[in-house]
Design a protein around this ligand. Sequence first.
Ligand SMILES: CC[C@@H](C(=O)O)C(=O)SCCNC(=O)CCNC(=O)[C@H](O)C(C)(C)COP(=O)(O)OP(=O)(O)OC[C@H]1O[C@@H](n2cnc3c(N)ncnc32)[C@H](O)[C@@H]1OP(=O)(O)O
Length: 253
Amino acid sequence: MSSYSIHKEENLLVFMITREHKRNAINYEVMDGLLKVIKMTKQEANIKGLVITGEGESAFCSGGDLSAFQNLITAEDAYNMLSKMSKILYKLTTLNKPTIALINGTAVGGGCELATACDFRIAKKGTKMGFIQGTLAITTGWGGGSLLLEKLENEVALKLLMEARPLPAEDLYNKGFIHAIYDQVSMEVVQQFFANINRIHTNVLSAYKEILVRKWKVTQLEKRMEEEVRTCSTLWSMESHHQAVNKFLTKNK
Ligand SMILES: CC[C@@H](C(=O)O)C(=O)SCCNC(=O)CCNC(=O)[C@H](O)C(C)(C)COP(=O)(O)OP(=O)(O)OC[C@H]1O[C@@H](n2cnc3c(N)ncnc32)[C@H](O)[C@@H]1OP(=O)(O)O
């Protein structure tokens, strides 16, 4: 069974992680799917934007698949995986069309990084989200810390990263991380959120994205994300991280 699906909803492409049993954790197949959908969104003239979501009601995305990545022991092993995803998140962030994270359930760790790489975040009421990487004795490893610092005030972002705890969507709406909250989330609410943007020609939407991307090029966002990956790779190789992952993976055994 595939780890993701891609379909069209009117003029939007929808990418869904279909790993509900793993709380939509990201494996290499999901990474490849993300690359594919980013390319499709860019190339298809009749597509106006991209929506990223997770299967089911419990989770948007629980970050990297810890069971798949637990065999990455050294900093070099970790770097290869982390930089692969970080490059994908940079491509997503700088995509020339609007992107929306439809946060249908819990988003933690790399799941929050994925959401941060989108332009807009819509969440279901009460959903918990957190950059919990600190509890695993690592930092954000896919460049999401650098992205969060671009999207929120520095002090607000830093506090979220340093506290490493899940917060309800309502709190994150007040901090500016979430842009709209709905009782239930579906493609209907995405179309509602997107309606005004949808009236505007794609060339104009792309031109606005280009203004933002130009700023990120000047401030070397890509390089900053790469440095973040390197720092996380070193932390990843430490015993404290391996112990924390082991604790999670054996919690129900
Ligand atoms: C690798 C990059 C790094 C980064 O740069 O950010 C990361 O993303 S590190 C990963 C960070 N993520 C986590 O630590 C999240 C771990 N998951 C959880 O805390 C919880 O599962 C949850 C997301 C809060 C959901 O809780 P709950 O609804 O109670 O479900 P369970 O905990 O029982 O999980 C069900 C099932 O799914 C497996 N699972 C969940 N998350 C992951 C994951 N990230 N990787 C691998 N597997 C995951 C969990 O082990 C359960 O499996 P079974 O026991 O086999 O049913």
